[in-house]
Write a protein that binds this ligand. Structure first.
Ligand SMILES: [Mg+2]
Length: 190
């Protein structure tokens, strides 16, 4: 099978990682219950920031957010390793900016994700992911953003949402926790 994965907030818990970094940088202790109730992807409002301040904070924190110890979601690394061992083709499709491609690939490898150079795509806008996903003839694609999956509704690829507080109202097949290999294959065969 050919399986495509978004990275941030699909395979790794990036926003929560950023939330902790914001607390630390700003000397605040905003609780995770605030994070878990967010109905949008952006986290800055929890810290009383305007959109502009939030955007600046994100840019200033990006190095730390991307390249420190952001945890993978439980089971994600193990599942992708097993998929890889079983001969399935794993593609990463991330909208991280051009300049972050090589370092992100290296970070993934260092954190145990199986990465093949020719199956790693980055630097596109969210709405451009659809073009790559079409060209790759993926069987399955996983992402946390419903807007991206909706651009694929006319395509043969089967899509899944990674469950997040901001996508709960969307009615699409959903991965709440990354299951073990056998359970995952069973889910895909449904
Ligand atoms: Mg994402």
């Amino acid at each position: 099978m050919r399986l495509g994965f978004d990275i941030d907030d699909t395979l790794i818990n990036l926003r929560e990682h950023a939330f902790h970094i914001y607390n630390k940088k700003l000397g605040k202790e905003i609780g995770l219950e605030v994070f878990n109730a967010l109905k949008k992807v952006e986290i800055h409002e929890s810290f009383g920031m305007t959109a502009e301040e939030g955007s600046q904070m994100w840019k200033n924190s990006l190095e730390e957010v991307y390249y420190t110890d952001c945890p993978a979601f439980p089971g994600a690394v193990e599942l992708l390793q097993e998929l890889n061992r079983q001969g399935h083709e794993i593609f990463y499709i991330t909208a991280r900016n051009k300049e972050h491609g090589e370092r992100t690939k290296k970070w993934l490898l260092e954190h145990g994700f199986p990465v093949h150079d020719e199956r790693f795509y980055w630097g596109m806008k969210d709405h451009e992911k659809v073009n790559i996903i079409k060209q790759l003839h993926l069987d399955f694609y996983f992402d946390d953003k419903p807007e991206i999956l909706k651009t694929l509704s006319e395509e043969p690829v089967k899509v899944y949402l990674k469950d997040q507080s901001y996508n709960r109202e969307v009615n699409l097949p959903r991965i709440v926790n990354w299951p073990a290999y056998q359970a995952f294959i069973k889910e895909l065969e449904k």
